[in-house]
Design a protein around this ligand. Sequence first.
Ligand code: KG4
Ligand code: ZN
Length: 336
Amino acid sequence: MLVLAIETSCDDTGAAVVQDGRRILSNIVLSQIPIHKKYGGVVPELASRKHIESIVPMVTEALNQARVKLREIDGIAVTNGPGLVGSLLVGISFAKSLSLATGIPLIGINHIEGHLSAIFLEKAPPRFPFIGLVVSGGHTSLYRMDGFGKLKRLGQTRDDAAGEAFDKVAKLLGLGYPGGPVIDELSRKGDARAIRFPRPSLSKNSFDFSFSGLKTAVVNYVKANPEPPVGYPEDRLRDLVSSFQEAVVDVLVKKTIQLARHEELKKVVLCGGVAANHRLRERMMEEASQDKIKVFIPHPLFCTDNAAMVGVLGYEYLKRGIQSPLSLNAFSSLPL
Ligand code: KG4
Ligand code: ZN
């Protein structure tokens, strides 16, 4: 089964052709970072305008690279939430028009379930059930996944998402947007024990997260330790971001392992943009191995937003005869 997948939930225009939900025939992503960088974050209006410009050439290119004709496609999968409504609408309107014109079945996909399914693009994916940690710019949640469409959310952030904390701290330090990859790189040569930032942990029995206090702790540290005249010297900056990153990673790792123990599961899947973070990957592997828990992390290309992950789910649902009507709509917060 060939699925044409489309992802426009935020600031990446993604198009892919995936065979039988596992084999990528093409997967292209057009990042809008150069457009949003100067504003220090995603500007929704600019994002949707750019999606409109890119969607036709991106889908055409995905079909060309896959060497597949539109008439050979068995299903069109498109992200319909959560995300920026204006951005989502571009992908959805395009997918609906294509479905109406060709008669190819349409299926709307939840972006978070898409992230959790990216692991099935890897050579040796886990068997269900497993614990899934979704860490992105908009989400930080823990799930128990018993199958496609069989998910239970067991924890989530009460305020900022982990990626949002990375982005806000980077902005504060003048490091540009998005902050995650910059902090990840800078921290490689920093001392993670230089500054002891708080490890925000709600009660022991809760699997929820909270990152806004940690962000405030970084703001307070910078206020209390100003470095004239134009910012932090390189070594101090490395120590600062490295210490911040360590605090985020500590909490993510601790809660995930705690939940795996609680659910008596020996498999953990990391996904979402922050799962590309080298320290999170390293620490999760180390700590999990002590509990004989196996950690599965998609290739960094499939951690950040992409359409191939949408193609995995499109296949799984269409195979089960599940389709969406042409009244499919965009939802900024689509519960999962
Ligand atoms: O999944 P994603 O591409 O989009 C959303 O659905 O939000 O995630 C983007 C987020 C941004 O906040 C970005 O700073 C963060 O993922 N990110 C990282 C890294 N790469 C991307 N955070 C930490 N370390 C990284 N290497
Ligand atoms: Zn995402």
